[in-house]
Design a protein around this ligand. Structure first.
Ligand code: DGJ
Length: 747
C-alpha cells in the first residue's frame, strides 16, 4: 500500500528512501561512507539494492580511493554533497580551508535522524509546515575525523508536493578556526546530461525573460554577485528534456530561498552525468568558523514533474502560497491599490495626495500607497534617504495625519520605504558617515546618488528600525512597499576584521532578513511588498516576509506580458505585483489600449499607477469596470491553477495566452493578447487546459454551453485580424486582448 509520506532507512542496504504519493528521492551510504545520489523522480516501490543504481567500475586512469579493489572513485560516483580534493575533480558543494592550509576534506556518514515536520532554519527564511503530518525531515550527519568538522545535510519531503527542501550546515568541533570558502545549499549528480537548461534572465525593466539552452559538457551557470538576487538572473532554473513542453514531459526545478549573491551551476562530466549545485555564490565569500561555531546555508527547493513545466510551476506556486508565504496572507485576496509613483513622482503635497486618494476611492480602489518623497529633504532622488521622518512642508499633519484622512475616506493607507539606503545629503549621513558600505580610503561608487547602509552591522539595522517604528507605531499603515534601488559595490565593512570581510554580503542579507523579521512580527497586519527598482530582488527568501513583489518598473502592457510570463515559471500570481499605468507608457513611450493594460494586470495583484484625477469620463467608467472585474475574479486568479498556453518567447511572440482554473475546475479565466494587428488572416483557435472534459461550461460571448472537451481539444475561435470587410471585428488594431470567463453549468 502506498503511504502518503515516509522516510525509510534500510540498515541492510544502507539506502534512504524519501517518498510521497507522487515522488521518490533515493540515496545510499556508499561502502566508503560517502553519501551517493541514486534517484529522483516518479515514485518507486519494492525492494531496493544499491546495485540497482550504481556499480563498482574498474576503469583506466581514474583515481581510486584505495589500492587493489578498484571500487570507488568519486570522479564517477553520483554523490549528494561532494568535496574537492580526494578523487573528484568536478566543482564541489563544499570547500573548507583548514588551519594547516590544507583544503582536503573527506566527509563520511556518521548518523542520521528522522523528524516529524520541518524544523526552522535559524535566522534564514525557509518553507514551513504547520501540521507535523505535512512533512518529514531527514538530518544526516557526516564527519571529517582529521578536521573535526561536522556536516549536517537536511532533507524535507512534503506530503503534498514532489519537492525536497534541502539545506546544509557545517559545525567546527575542532580546536582550530577554519575558513569556509564554499558551502552550497544543495548538490545533486543526475544520471545523464540530456537536459535543456531554462533560466530567467534580464535586466532592469525586462526582468525574468525565459532563456533555454542545451546542457553541454563542461560548466554553465547563473548567479549574482551584486548583493541581491538581482534582475540579471533569478535564483531558479529548470532542467527539462528536449521534448518537454508546458503540458508533458520531465522537468526538474531548483529554487533558492535566498536574496543575496547566489550561484546555480550545472556541470556535465565525461560520463555525461550532470552535477547541479546551488547556494551562496562562493566568489567573494569566505566565512571564518571558530571552534564550536556553525554556519547554516540557505534552503534550496528541488521539485520534479513528469507532466511538463506547467505542472512544475504549479508545484512551486502551491508550495510558495501554502508553505512559504506567512499564513495570514495565504488566502487573503490582494487589495487593489493606487500607487502614487507614476502619478506624481516627487511632486506632491497633502492636497494632491488627498485628491488622488479621493479619486481612487470613487473608482473602487482599496489601498492608497504613498511612494517615494514623503520624508527628509526628499524632493528628488539626490537627498533624504536615511531620514525616516516626515517632510512637514509636504505633509504638515505627518504620516499619522494623512493616513487618518485617507482612512476616513474608506481607503487603507500604504507607505514606501527604502530602509537599506542612504544619501550623503541626509541627517543620517552627517551623524553616521561610517555606516556606509565601502572602504573609507577608496572611492565609493554611487548609483542613483545613493549608497548602501552596512546592514551587516547590528547597530545600523537597529538605527533604521528605531526610526521606522516611530512612524509605524503611531500612524495607521496597512501596506508597506520596501524598495531597494541599488546594488553593492566596493563591498567592505568597517566593522569586520580583515579575515571576515568575505562575510559581508551574507551578513548584509541576514541584516535585511532581521529587519524584515522585526517589522513583520511587530506589525503582523501590514502587507509588505518587496521591490528593488522593480524586480531586482524577486526570490523566495523575500516572499517569506513580503507575500508580493513589485514585479518590474516596466508597466508597459507588451513588456509586462513577457515579464509576467517568465516570472510565473516559479512565482505564484498572488505574488506578482501588476498595475495599469498611463499612456504613453513612462518606460516604453508606447500607447496601448486601456483594455489591454487591464487585461494583462488582472493576472497578478492588480492596481493602478497613474494620475487618476486626469482620467476622462469614458476612462473612469472603464476603470470602474476593471476594478469590479478584478474584485470578482481575483480569488480565482490568485488562488487558482495557472496555465501558460502560448509563449511570448516562442514563435513570433505576437500572440500570447494564459489561463487560470479554480482547483475544482468549475471556473476559469482566460487571457489572450495580440501585440500587432495582422491583415487578413484566417481563424485562430486557442486550446484551453485544465477543465473537466465531460462538463458543460458557459463562456463569455457564447450564448450556448460548451463542453470542456470542446474547449480543450478544439479550443476557442477568434478572428484575429482585419479582413477587409468586417469593420466591427473587435480585434482590429495593435495591442488587442480578450478575456473569457468560463463557468461550469449546474446540472
Ligand atoms: C523604484 C521603484 O521600483 C518604483 O516603483 C518607485 O518606488 C521608485 N523606486 C521610487 O524611488
Amino acid at each position: 500500500m502506498w503511504e502518503d509520506l515516509k522516510i525509510v532507512f534500510n540498515e541492510d542496504t544502507q539506502i534512504f528512501h524519501l517518498q510521497n504519493k507522487n515522488f521518490s528521492y533515493i540515496m545510499g551510504i556508499l561502502e566508503n561512507g560517502h553519501l551517493g545520489h541514486f534517484y529522483l523522480g516518479n515514485p518507486i516501490h519494492g525492494p531496493l539494492r544499491q546495485h540497482m543504481f550504481r556499480r563498482d567500475q574498474n576503469r583506466a586512469l581514474i583515481p581510486y580511493l584505495s589500492e587493489g579493489s578498484g571500487k570507488i572513485s568519486l570522479s564517477i560516483e553520483r554523490q549528494e554533497f561532494p568535496s574537492y580534493g580526494t578523487t573528484d575533480f568536478r566543482d564541489p558543494a563544499i570547500d573548507i580551508q583548514l588551519s594547516s592550509g590544507s583544503r582536503v576534506i573527506d566527509f563520511k556518514y556518521e548518523c542520521h535522524r528522522i523528524i516529524e515536520g520541518k524544523p526552522k532554519l535559524g535566522g534564514l527564511p525557509s518553507t514551513w509546515v504547520s501540521d507535523l503530518a505535512d512533512g518529514k525531515t531527514l538530518e544526516i550527519d557526516h564527519y571529517d575525523r582529521v578536521a573535526c568538522i561536522r556536516l549536517t545535510l537536511t532533507y524535507t519531503i512534503f506530503k503534498d508536493y514532489p519537492v525536497i527542501g534541502r539545506n546544509a550546515k557545517v559545525t567546527n568541533e575542532g580546536t582550530q578556526e577554519v575558513f569556509i570558502d564554499r558551502l552550497m545549499s544543495m548538490s545533486i549528480d543526475l544520471f545523464d546530461g540530456d537536459w535543456q537548461w531554462l533560466q530567467l534572465s534580464g535586466n532592469w525593466a525586462r526582468e525574468r525573460h525565459v532563456h533555454i539552452t542545451e546542457l553541454r559538457p563542461g560548466i554553465q551557470s547563473i548567479g549574482s554577485r551584486c548583493g541581491a538576487s538581482s534582475a540579471y538572473e533569478n535564483p531558479f532554473i529548470i532542467l527539462k528534456r528536449k521534448h518537454t513542453t508546458e503540458a508533458v514531459g520531465e522537468a526538474l526545478g531548483i529554487s533558492l530561498v535566498y536574496s543575496g549573491n547566489f550561484l546555480i551551476q550545472g556541470e556535465v562530466n565525461a560520463d555525461n552525468q550532470t552535477r547541479i549545485v546551488g547556494g551562496i555564490h562562493p566568489e567573494g565569500f569566505r566565512w571564518k568558523l571558530k571552534e564550536h561555531e556553525s554556519f547554516q546555508a540557505p534552503e534550496a527547493l528541488i521539485a520534479y514533474s513528469n507532466k511538463g513545466m506547467g505542472e512544475l510551476s504549479r508545484v512551486y506556486h502551491n508550495l510558495f502560497r501554502k508553505n512559504l508565504i506567512q499564513k495570514r496572507w495565504q488566502d487573503s485576496p490582494r487589495p487593489i491599490v493606487l500607487n502614487s509613483w507614476e502619478a506624481v513622482y516627487f511632486d506632491f503635497d497633502e492636497e494632491v495626495i488627498l485628491e488622488l486618494a479621493q479619486s481612487a476611492k470613487s473608482l473602487g480602489i482599496e489601498v492608497f500607497i504613498l511612494d517615494d518623497g514623503w520624508f527628509g529633504k526628499r524632493n528628488n532622488d539626490k537627498a533624504g534617504l536615511g531620514d525616516w521622518h516626515v517632510n512637514r512642508e509636504k505633509l504638515p499633519n505627518g504620516i499619522k495625519g494623512i493616513a487618518k484622512k485617507i482612512e476616513d475616506m474608506g481607503l487603507k493607507f500604504g507607505l514606501w520605504i527604502e530602509p537599506e539606503m542612504i544619501n550623503k545629503k541626509s541627517d543620517l549621513f552627517n551623524r553616521h558617515p561610517e555606516w556606509l558600505i565601502g572602504d573609507p580610503l577608496r572611492n565609493q561608487s554611487h548609483s542613483r546618488n545613493q549608497y548602501v547602509l552596512d546592514f551587516s552591522r547590528r547597530e545600523v539595522v537597529d538605527g533604521i528600525y528605531n526610526q521606522l517604528i516611530q512612524i509605524l507605531d503611531h500612524a495607521s499603515v496597512s501596506f508597506i512597499k520596501w524598495d531597494m534601488n541599488r546594488n553593492i559595490t566596493e563591498a567592505f565593512s568597517r566593522n569586520l576584521q580583515a579575515d571576515r570581510q568575505g562575510e559581508i554580503f551574507h551578513r548584509y542579507i541576514l541584516g535585511v532578513y532581521d529587519l524584515y523579521e522585526r517589522l513583520t512580527s511587530r506589525y503582523p497586519h501590514i502587507l509588505f511588498e518587496s521591490c528593488a527598482s522593480g524586480g531586482g530582488r524577486v526570490d523566495p527568501g523575500l516572499l517569506y516576509y513580503a507575500p508580493q513583489f513589485w514585479t518590474s518598473d516596466n508597466t508597459d502592457a507588451v513588456e509586462r506580458i513577457k515579464i509576467q510570463y517568465g516570472t510565473s515559471m516559479v512565482y505564484p500570481l498572488s505574488s506578482i505585483g501588476t498595475h495599469v499605468s498611463d499612456i504613453p507608457n513612462h518606460q516604453m513611450l508606447r500607447n496601448t489600449t486601456l483594455k489591454m493594460r487591464g487585461d494583462v494586470a488582472y493576472f497578478g495583484t492588480f492596481g493602478y499607477e497613474l494620475d487618476v484625477r486626469k482620467l476622462s469620463e469614458i476612462e473612469r467608467e472603464h476603470v470602474k469596470k476593471q476594478i469590479s472585474s478584478s474584485k470578482k475574479y481575483r480569488s480565482l486568479i490568485q488562488q487558482g491553477d495557472f496555465r501558460r498556453l502560448i509563449s511570448p518567447f516562442e514563435g513570433t511572440g505576437n500572440e500570447i495566452a494564459w489561463m487560470v482554473t479554480s482547483t475544482d475546475k468549475k471556473q476559469a479565466i482566460v487571457g489572450w493578447y495580440q501585440i500587432l494587428a495582422k491583415p487578413n488572416e484566417g481563424l485562430f483557435r486557442l486550446r484551453l487546459e485544465g477543465l473537466h472534459r465531460e462538463k458543460l461550461y458557459t463562456v463569455t460571448g457564447m450564448d450556448y454551453p460548451v463542453s470542456g472537451s470542446v474547449l480543450m481539444n478544439f479550443g476557442l475561435l477568434l478572428f484575429p485580424s482585419f479582413n477587409g470587410s468586417d469593420l466591427k471585428n473587435p480585434i482590429t488594431g495593435d495591442y488587442q486582448s480578450r478575456i473569457w470567463f468560463i463557468e461550469e453549468l449546474e446540472e
